[in-house]
Design a protein around this ligand. Sequence first.
Ligand code: GDP
Ligand code: IMO
Ligand code: MG
Length: 430
Amino acid sequence: MAVTVLLGTQWGDEGKGKVTDWLAEDVDIIARYNGGDNAGHTLSVAGVTYKLHFLPSGVVRNGVISLMGGGMVIHPLRLLAEMQTVIDQGLTLSPARLKLATNAHIITPAHQALEQAQEAARGAGAIGTTGRGIGPAYTSKIARDGIRASGMADPDAFGAAVGAAAEQTNTVLTRVYGAEPLDPDQIAADYADAARQLKLYLVDGWALVHDALNDGKAILAEGGQATLLDIDHGNYPYVTSSNPTVGGALTGLAIGPRHIERVIGVAKAFCTRVGAGPFPTEQDNPTGDIMRGDGSQPWDDFGTTTGRPRRCGWLDLVALRYAVAINGLTELALMKLDVLSRFDELKVAVAYEIDGQRVDTYPIDQAAFARAVPVYETLPGWREDIMHVTRWADLPPAARAYVDWIDARLDAPITLVSVGPGRAQTLIRA
Ligand code: GDP
Ligand code: IMO
Ligand code: MG
């Protein structure tokens, strides 16, 4: 068997957690390959809702091994808190089932404090990050100043290293940003304590993955964030600091391309974005409010990680075709089709107009992308509750026509359609 990569095609929150969980039945290992707890993946299983941030979606399935891969950044204290939350919800976690790659990098309080200061200094140009210290943690990694998870094997030395990093950052925090200094001793003690608890979970991720592949096991590589938030291929600088796109799975899990069998892209049937940055099809108006919902339903579009209202808009086929292309998608899952039941007619962007010119392909020039005005086509809606539908054939004809119409305009087939957060609300498109 081989590796299936599952990744976001838009700006995150497409429903990756749900699809990962749905596919988990047939896999042995679920491995997160990028990001940290900026991710919020929601799984709705047997009436219980799990909100996972660091933890791979495999933790809800007995018999599946969950690996936090080397491409991730981990905050040990927040990871422990998340583990406790799901344990309180009834899951069992043990070092036999949950693994942390030794080459993952550590998020320290210095990273979080720096990010806060940087975002404040950016003023109107703020990125609108999740405030978890993700960017500065990856900055340390790339600058070759980072602390790796492997350091936790020696908890006291690890605590001392994190404390020393805080002390160093204090100079920048106080002198450059006029911010409050951190307490290095307290941080050192807290991180040493966390390391004592987490060192049992450490594993050389590459070896785990390759032993599994050699044994014919199936691995699902779960991406955090999404294509348009990718540091290289997204809407720079309004992006995250990792590679959610397919290459991130290779470096993040230490696998070669020949191991990858399927690349599944997850897309909402409309679009959402949290944080700042361009969003051509955004509906900052009552239409967007209807898409978002009022917050009374668990699936309404408010951030899983930060609770922020998500910006909502129509499906953007230009951006989606870009995601299909650069990730080499073999198939797509189209999520939240049920949300579109709220409209008489549906718009889909098929091209952009930039400075009066029609553009059919995604422009890498972000200044141009920010000026893109969508060219829409309008399709009929269906105005029927479809959340109870369990078979593709039972969808209203207009709902099937909407999906078929999108499918015909993409170079990868839509194989799965989702009409609700639960496992049963998943339709295989025949
Ligand atoms: P992720 O970050 O890509 O895993 O997505 P999130 O969990 O942040 O956000 C997706 C939200 O939509 C969650 O609340 C899911 O439970 C919910 N969800 C997933 N698929 C569907 C669907 O088809 N219909 C509805 N109504 N909700 C869905
Ligand atoms: P999942 O995995 C949606 C966004 C933030 C911000 C930008 C940079 O649940 O899809 P960061 O804290 O990463 O430096 O913030 O990226 N962002 C997400 N938006 N879903 C996510 O994850 C996100 N992770 C980061 O809102 O705009
Ligand atoms: Mg999310």
